[in-house]
Design a protein around this ligand. Sequence first.
Ligand code: TXA
Ligand code: MG
Length: 315
Amino acid sequence: MTGTSQPELLTPDAQGLGRAARLLAEGRLVAVPTETVYGLAARADSDEAVAAIYRAKGRPDFNPLIVHVPDQAAAKRIAVFDDRARLLAERFWPGALTLVLPLREDSGLAKAVTAGLPTVALRCPAHPVMRALLEASGLPLAAPSANRSGAVSPTSAAHVRASLGASVDAIVDGGPCELGLESTIVALRHGGGWDVLRPGPVSESEIEAVLGKSAKSVAGGGIESPGQLGSHYSPGKKMRLDAAIATGDEFHIGFGGIEGHVCMSSRGDLAEAAARLYAVLHEAEASPLPKIAVAPIPAEGIGLAIRDRLRRAAA
Ligand code: TXA
Ligand code: MG
């Protein structure tokens, strides 16, 4: 698929999107902005194209991928949609919610996308560039975050380039991602239960408002979502959380009244902090200081998802 040359940088205009859609049709890898993070996209119906994603990310192949679709109709061709799925899709799509649903036998997806599971993770993204590519290609697109497996997720084209380099064929530069945290993943269980597998921009209480409280379903056993893995999103340095003060060898990430070397949001705005989280983790990683300390983040709203990512980055 890819050579040793650097990826093509594409602009999100008609010409760039046309080129990106052609590359995708040929089974190549294109990094694409979404409202959450940049995705490493490939056609989800091709074994070779999906294998290329796993290779480029260095991702263990038991980790299934999210499939992106333009609308509910496309989602229904891939997964079994019950009333709950329909209600959630009507409320939150297009947007930062991924639904784990039973896979249809005639879905046409490459086996590796779901890593052999009987379920599939589907998301209908809101970002105009990703939407334009879904339209132009007419294909469901598998797209994990566009970073090496386990590393900090990308919220800019520069992050993608630094993490994946020549292992991606092209990058569409759509500027920084607005939300900055990966989508919330919800699994709908047989018998009415549901679980949040990965916290994200859509909060558990917003989902509860649509579905009602989940009779906590029996834990499936084992890891279902790498969002659940202990260590993930790692900047590769020792990291300390809830640190109001840093020591001399720590790069301090601030929030609210705590300035630090770099501040996630000086006005203490959690949405701004979420949008900047991965960018400041990339900065912390690049700093000559050997360790990282992070100011306290309130455990409310999207702060819960930020704290989840920080815990895993520190593990
Ligand atoms: O915001 C996002 O969701 C971004 C953008 C690019 O859309 N994508 C993303 O993909 O975060 P990725 O591959 O980094 O995360 C996919 C997550 C993993 O935690 C994976 O285990 C989970 O989705 N997943 C995929 N299929 C699943 C399934 N059938 N059952 C449970 N979890 C699944
Ligand atoms: Mg990821």
